[in-house]
Design a protein around this ligand. Structure first.
Ligand SMILES: [Zn+2]
Length: 389
């Protein structure tokens, strides 16, 4: 028989178990609550740290979305083709390299003697309107005095090339050492506006590289010095005549360009970015439209398609002569007397590119003056480059 004390002990045991059960339930409830709180905190932290719509846009986002449509890419394009051309230590006459390249119907618009505050922006606006790329042979001292303009040329995807530091013939061609010093000075000026990027080592001789006129002999030595320093050089094979004879209006410049460019496969067009060349800026749109209608595309001088060079250079030259109107230039043929005396250009230098120069290369693409065209017999090479005979 269970006694009263047995009942009492059982009742106590039930109460103990009941308290224990309630404690466990409370512990479970507290644990669940803690887990819930921790989960909420974690969720809040992860939401706050996630970049996105709740955070202000970064500077890059602002730049991308707010940039005006008319602004061109700020990084100059890099052309793989430039890596395929011969090294300047082998061949540094870029005009010859283009003639040998095998490429077709390319036009290289070139603008010498800038940058300037008044003409450079007009040229750039026109190039941008037609989505055409060009090469600017700039003078180092003018880059230093107009860095904003030089930088804009670079940022809008054009090529800046070397046109000496001072463009003073007497100083520049005093010796090969003086020449190389100026080329290196100009190179430094170019690099300064290219954010330290290494420029394409290309220069154009003020007055042209031809072996005639003043400084003819030293220029030939300078070509070798350029080769040793890893520089290409280039002249031109067509021009708008903006530094020839009396000043021309835009219509006359277009006509001059039509005459000097006829019959060429690849064009290297000489024009000037000097402060007095308003007509050059005015004529550029019509010139681009005309050349486009003739099938040309516009490229920088470091964009040369050299893939078919061996095929091209092995092809016999054609005896086809361009039309008589194409043989217009002021470059003189080998061993001839320059047709025009050096003149003073708008920047006070002793001559412009198209004066007082002649060509020693048998494969030059330079064309003669209208006066010379009667006596010279230019023909086109397989690439369309005119050969002065
Ligand atoms: Zn010049």
């Amino acid at each position: 028989m269970p006694t009263a004390s047995d009942f009492e002990s059982r009742r106590r045991e039930r109460r103990r178990r009941e308290r224990l059960r309630k404690k466990r339930i409370r512990a479970v409830i507290i644990l669940i609550a803690l887990i819930g709180i921790i989960a909420v905190i974690c969720l809040a932290i992860s939401t706050c740290s996630k970049p996105g719509e709740n955070t202000p846009p970064s500077d890059n986002t602002i730049t991308e979305t707010s940039a005006p449509e008319t602004i061109s890419p700020t990084v100059a394009p890099v052309f793989e083709n430039s890596l395929n051309i011969p090294s300047p230590t082998e061949e540094n006459n870029l005009l010859q390299i283009i003639a040998d390249s095998g490429q077709k119907k390319r036009c290289y618009l070139t603008f010498d003697d800038g940058p300037t505050q008044n003409i450079t922006p007009q040229i750039l606006d026109t190039l941008r309107r037609y989505n055409a790329k060009a090469t600017f042979f700039q003078v180092g001292s003018l880059i230093d005095s107009n860095p904003d303009m030089a930088r804009r040329v670079y940022e809008e995807g054009h090529l800046i090339a070397n046109h000496s530091y001072g463009h003073n013939y007497e100083k520049l061609y005093a010796s090969t050492d003086a020449f190389i010093t100026e080329i290196e000075q100009c190179e430094t000026s170019i690099k300064n506006v290219m954010n330290g990027e290494e420029p394409f080592k290309l220069m154009r001789f003020p007055g042209g590289s031809y072996n005639a006129g003043d400084h003819a002999a030293i220029k030939q030595d300078c070509k070798e010095a350029l080769k040793e320093h890893g520089f290409y050089y280039i002249d031109w094979n067509s021009l708008n005549g903006d530094a020839e004879g009396k000043s021309k209006n835009a219509e006359e410049l277009l006509e001059y360009l039509k005459q000097t460019s006829a019959g060429y496969n690849n064009l290297i067009v000489l024009m000037h970015d000097a402060s007095s060349k308003q007509a050059t800026a005015d004529a550029l749109g019509p010139i681009i439209e005309y050349l486009s209608s003739q099938g040309y595309t516009f490229h920088r001088l470091d964009d040369i398609d050299y893939q078919n060079a061996s095929l091209s250079s092995s092809t016999p030259q054609s005896s086809t002569s361009p039309s008589s109107s194409s043989n217009v230039e002021t470059e003189s043929p080998t061993n001839s007397t320059p047709s025009t005396a050096p003149t003073t250009n708008t920047e006070g230098n002793s001559a412009n590119e198209s004066d007082s120069s002649s060509n020693t290369s048998s494969t030059s693409t330079a064309a003669p003056t209208p006066a010379q065209s009667a006596t010279q017999k230019p023909s086109t090479s397989s690439t369309g480059a005119i050969i002065i005979q």
